[in-house]
Design a protein around this ligand. Structure first.
Ligand SMILES: N[C@@H](CCC(=O)N[C@@H](CS)C(=O)NCC(=O)O)C(=O)O
Length: 206
């Protein structure tokens, strides 16, 4: 059976758990990372030398990097759903996953980290404000993209929505100023209707 290591509060673990829910996959999950430790043991480091979560073991095939895992599971179990059959739609979905890694996460991370993980007196509020503005600019692109579509790559949910969905949940819950992006807000509401997103990704920030 598919085995997943990772604490449920991790944004990267949440992507994998939501993906599994969309694909109706059964799995065994082991708490790892943060207060659970495990990720710094020799046994875990032999699986994932980064010492980070998530890691999966799919009948002997070990994989880490959340987007690689989402792509692998989507390709294997979600042909025509999370993994679009049309090559161009698939590339479009993949593009938004890459864009999350190279662009969106760089602006989200400092805001999330300072406001959620750092205690009030020690927060770098100048960086928070700079990053908040960058994230607003980044998300304007998604707002524009949603003008003609319901999900990032078209009319149906794909793997491309998974990183964006977990990022948007943070954007809407963080105590920050947000421009009015009505399509993005409607998209976030659509994602929240999905049981897998509601169960694994829509909890309080921690
Ligand atoms: N690029 C990696 C990043 C993994 C990562 O940074 N994981 C964090 C949690 S979100 C982690 O393991 N932190 C250490 C810990 O939880 O102890 C991925 O997408 O899987």
């Amino acid at each position: 059976m598919l085995k997943i290591w990772g604490r449920t509060s991790s944004i990267n673990v949440q992507k994998v758990l939501w993906c599994c829910a969309e694909l109706n996959l059964k799995y065994e999950r082991v708490d790892a990372g943060g207060k659970f430790g495990v990720n710094n043991t020799p046994e875990y480091l032999a699986l994932n030398p980064n010492g980070l979560v998530p890691t999966i073991n799919d009948d002997g095939f070990v994989l880490w990097e959340s987007h690689a895992i989402v792509r692998y599971l989507s390709h294997r179990h979600g042909m025509g759903t999370l993994w679009p059959r049309d090559e161009q739609v698939c590339a479009d979905a993949d593009r938004w996953m890459e864009w999350y890694s190279t662009t969106l996460w760089n602006s989200l991370r400092p805001v999330f980290w300072n406001l959620v993980r750092v205690e009030p007196g020690k927060r770098d509020m100048k960086l928070v404000e700079e990053s908040r503005k960058k994230m607003a600019d980044n998300l304007k692109m998604v707002e524009n993209n949603l003008a003609a579509r319901q999900y990032v790559a078209g009319t149906a949910l794909t793997m491309g929505d998974i990183p964006l969905g977990v990022a948007l949940h943070r954007w809407f819950l963080l105590p920050i100023e947000r421009p009015d992006y009505p399509r993005l807000a409607a998209y976030y509401e659509r994602l929240k209707q999905r049981p897998g997103f509601a169960q694994h990704c829509a909890g309080p920030l921690s």
